[in-house]
Design a protein around this ligand. Structure first.
Ligand code: GDG
Length: 465
């Protein structure tokens, strides 16, 4: 059995139960193979550059897993993390060319940090290791490792969407990024739509030749590409909802809102999540369906995110003002339409909150997958479930067709769907929920990691392709 090496921008300590996300997804495989998890420590060093002699790898062991981290210099953090990853790749991959800042120094910093990561990681690798790299921060990592003579199997999973070819082509460095992707053996994307975009893009821009199903040949290499929609640990989430804290939270919310109907949004405060559009749609609901006044309450949790990137500050001010306006215009002494919480809520409180909500609003303008939609379904009482209003532009909409799908840019249409969700008969809710639950259970997080890793291990070794 090969050792698994996971590489991601940030790592999470798998000993911490509340870690969530990627930690849950890769924990089992890392523990089973005595694996290694490599990434940025989250710390910024005082020394100005990332040269190897100034930056040691910090190693810890957690159960059977080795955690290896490096620090970043301030300059690298600014250009690699804030500048290129979150100021260029994130907006472009979410179709927001208008928000991208194509400063060439950012691209240089991005490359420099990927080279530094490759150098540090290479020293820790064994010949049979299987390497799984995560997300847009690390696209060129495999190419840098290959340049150092690494012939291990290397897979890449992109957590965010792939935009249509001409949007990709607007990235000044797109050819370099595309060539870098061909250094991987397997590229995993969230949805079939992403696979189609990616395939069209490399066919158009690199004259890549399709060979067999989901195999592309270009730059003298063969790349496998597939859709691996990421899932959640459904059993864990159900257990959390049914556990003591989940039940307490549920009971508290039900009591507090006994005369109200609760709508819920849980997101990072990010412009891809469609938060202003959601507040507009909720306002439209109150205007067009007055029976919801003095009754429907939207709790919107918007956890702070990337506060050093300008576009996020603009969004924050916009949300403060929109929520203030709706409460001012519609609020009563004993009812506030929107409870807007710009703080992180403890993970153990989420399941009870999801379960107490009649409707979840998951309405991003663009999203790779969206795990909140899956968490909401897993937390419901199957005998009296809440309803999911879901953007058709979230990757998860490819799987969850029984939700009420909306176009978040269509304010009236979204308000209408929210009203439909609020008034849906019990029998229909139960039926839809049962199908949705089956879908997220069939492709849960264990399916996701084991399928990707099985496919990666089945690819020929690099020198053989
Ligand atoms: C990226 C892609 C893709 C949110 N607020 C709080 C909180 N959360 C948790 C949720 C959920 C997670 O954060 C968010 O996951 P999403 O999938 O919704 O979105 P991104 O953070 O943008 O993730 C996305 C994902 O990667 C995985 O591939 O699905 O498309 O953009 O688990 O519950 N958790 C706590 N407090 C909060 O206030 N504890």
């Amino acid at each position: 059995m090969s050792r698994l090496v996971v590489v991601s921008n940030r790592i999470a300590d798998p000993r911490k139960a509340a870690a969530g996300g990627l930690a849950v997804a890769v924990k089992e495989s890392l523990q089973r193979t005595g694996g290694l998890w490599f990434g940025w420590s989250g710390k910024i060093r005082d020394t100005p550059d990332s040269s190897p002699e100034h930056n040691d790898v910090q190693i810890q062991t957690a159960h059977n897993v080795t955690l290896a981290t490096v620090d970043l210099s301030q300059q690298d953090y600014d250009s690699y993390y804030l500048g290129y990853a979150n100021g260029v790749l994130w907006p472009v991959f979410h179709y927001r060319l208008d928000l991208a800042n194509f400063d060439t120094r950012f691209a240089a910093g991005y490359r420099r940090v990927n080279q530094m990561f490759a150098r540090k990681l290479k020293a820790l690798l064994k010949p049979d290791d299987v390497i799984w790299v995560h997300d847009y921060h690390l696209i060129p990592l495999a190419a840098e490792l290959r340049a150092m003579g690494c012939s291990n199997r290397i897979g890449f999973f992109l957590h965010i969407p792939v935009p249509p070819p001409l949007i990709m082509a607007a990235l000044p460095e797109h050819e370099w990024l595309m060539r870098s992707l061909f250094a991987y053996d397997l590229v995993g994307l969230q949805t079939e739509a992403d696979v189609t975009h990616f395939t069209h893009y490399v066919e158009a821009e690199a004259n890549a030749q399709p060979i067999g199903t989901n195999e592309l040949r270009a730059f003298n290499r063969t790349l496998r590409v597939g859709a691996y929609p990421i899932g959640i640990d459904v059993d864990e989430f159900e257990a959390l909802a049914n556990g003591k804290e989940g039940r307490d939270m549920f009971a508290r919310m039900r009591e507090e809102y006994s005369r109200r109907r609760l709508l819920l949004g849980v997101d990072r405060l990010d412009y891809s999540k469609g938060l202003p559009q959601r507040v507009h749609a909720f306002r439209e609901l109150l205007a067009n369906y007055p029976e919801n006044r003095n009754s429907a309450t939207l709790i919107q949790i918007a956890s702070p995110s990337r506060e050093n990137v300008d576009a996020y500050e603009v969004l924050r001010r916009q949300m403060d003002s929109l929520c203030g306006e709706i409460n001012g215009d519609y609020g009563e002494l004993d009812w506030m339409p929107v409870r807007y919480i710009h703080r992180n809520v403890a993970r153990k409180r989420l399941p009870g909150l999801y379960r107490a909500s009649r409707v979840a609003l998951v309405t991003p303008l663009r999203d790779g997958m969206n795990l909140v939609a899956k968490e909401f379904i897993a937390a419901q009482d199957p005998a009296d479930p809440g309803m999911l209003v879901l953007s058709r532009f979230a990757g998860v909409a490819e799987q969850l067709k029984e939700a009420l799908l909306v176009n978040p840019y269509d304010t009236q249409g979204t308000a209408h769907a929210i009203q439909k969700a609020l008034t849906m008969p019990l029998e229909e809710r139960v039926q839809r929920h049962a199908t949705l639950l089956k879908r997220i259970r069939d492709k849960d997080v264990h399916w996701w990691s084991s399928t990707f890793l099985k496919d990666l291990e089945a690819t020929p070794r690099s020198e053989e392709s």
